[in-house]
Design a protein around this ligand. Structure first.
Ligand code: ATP
Ligand code: MG
Length: 364
């Protein structure tokens, strides 16, 4: 059996741990076909928490219901690319008059510009309308998913939102799921780029329960004939903190250790696996996240790292000798960036596991 763990951003994990029921509302919407709240969903969460993985699960569910799925990432020109993909689907589906008409109109070439010029926008919406009508007749629908919404061009996004809103008004079977850092979403909703998105279903992702990770590890290793004591499974599960990326990283390293150790895992193997996984996590997640912060943000984070757990935001202000409005500013920005979270009123804690330890180590 091959190593089943997938410690790569965007990779589909062997098991989606701790996400049961999260897509229920969305799947219910797929049955209703149009206008259901779950068909408009926003997934938010810190880096590596599993947004893209959940998005993939939603795409899978839609495809199982016979829906056409158009997956995109919000890099420049994404609305145009959605248009291109819709055209391809329409060509595929409608060998009849619809397809020919689209070709005759010469709708190709959406991807050339970032923001579509007005005439292209008209084409885009007409194309969407036609595809949706074909799909509605087939009792299926069309799902757009847009990942990494934090990098979206506002003008493009508001155009997409306006078009989707039209489709919804016309009772067409359209679904739209966004995924991004909490930052993006709170900004987007506040800026009024797409006010109707405020009514979207929200899925805020957090770490999975340790017990769930433990159960998953235990069954994966058992099925593979890898021997590991139950206390050691627990130990490894705890080291993940329930954080999806670490679940994959540690699982992957454990598997490798088992391969070179006659399919048996001892405490030393587990420690080695955890160390290797931690190094990788620091290099890929933590350093990337910190690279987007200012020196002042880092001061705030370092002041937080003096505590072992959640800390009252006001105390950080005292440590930094900063006024409460200044503290509130940093707090809001770092929460939005997905680096910290507010576990209880007035308190803050790190949203990325290992960030505290990393800041302490590199404090020099
Ligand atoms: N529920 C889960 N259970 C176990 N592993 C998961 C789960 N969700 C995601 N993963 C794994 O965790 C890692 C990160 O997942 P993913 O790329 O979906 O996170 P993300 O939130 O999109 O991160 P980013 O903010 O960097 O885009 C991947 O290796 C993925 O396979
Ligand atoms: Mg992602």
């Amino acid at each position: 059996m091959m190593n089943p763990f997938r410690p790569t951003a965007g990779a589909t994990p062997p098991e989606l741990i701790g996400r049961e029921g999260m897509l229920d509302e969305f799947e219910y919407g797929l049955q209703l076909g149009s206008g259901a709240p779950g068909l408009l969903t926003i997934i938010t969460g810190a880096r590596g928490i599993g947004k893209t993985a959940l998005l993939s699960a939603a795409q899978g569910a839609a495809a199982r219901h016979g829906w056409v799925v158009v997956p995109e990432t919000a890099t420049p020109g994404f609305v145009g690319r959605i248009g291109e993909t819709m055209r391809l689907h329409l060509d595929e589906l409608g060998s009849g008059p619809t397809g020919r008409r689209i070709t005759a109109l010469g709708v190709a070439g959406f991807t050339v510009t970032t923001q579509l010029p007005p005439e292209r926008q008209v084409d885009w919406r007409r194309l969407g309308n036609q595809l949706l009508n074909v799909l509605a007749e087939k009792k299926t629908g069309l799902l757009f998913t847009v990942d990494e919404i934090h990098s979206a061009d506002r003008a493009e996004l508001s155009q997409l939102a306006a078009d989707v809103q039209h489709f919804i008004r016309d009772g067409l079977p359209i679904g739209l799921i966004f995924a991004g850092l909490p930052a993006a979403v709170s900004d987007l909703l506040n800026e009024g780029v797409a006010t109707f998105l405020r009514r979207a279903e929200r899925i805020d992702l957090h770490a999975a329960a340790i017990a769930e990770v433990e159960r998953s590890y235990a069954s994966t290793f058992r099925e593979a004939g890898i021997s590991i004591g139950s206390d050691l499974v627990r130990y490894a599960a705890e080291a993940t903190g329930g954080y999806p990326f670490l679940i994959q990283l540690i699982g992957y390293q454990l598997w490798r250790q088992a391969e070179i150790n006659n399919m048996a895992l001892e405490k030393t193997n587990i420690d080695q696996a955890i160390n290797a996984a931690t190094r990788r996590h620091e290099a890929t997640v933590i350093e990337a996240a910190l690279s987007t912060t200012s020196d002042k943000d880092k001061d705030f984070l370092r002041a937080m790292a003096e505590d072992d757990g959640p800390v009252v935001a006001g105390d950080i202000g005292k440590r930094l000798n900063a006024k409460s409005n200044v503290v509130a500013n940093y707090r809001a920005r770092l929460i939005a960036a997905g680096l910290i979270e507010a576990p209880a009123y007035g308190k803050v804690d790190f949203a990325i596991p290992g960030l505290r330890e990393y800041l302490r180590k590199t404090n020099a």
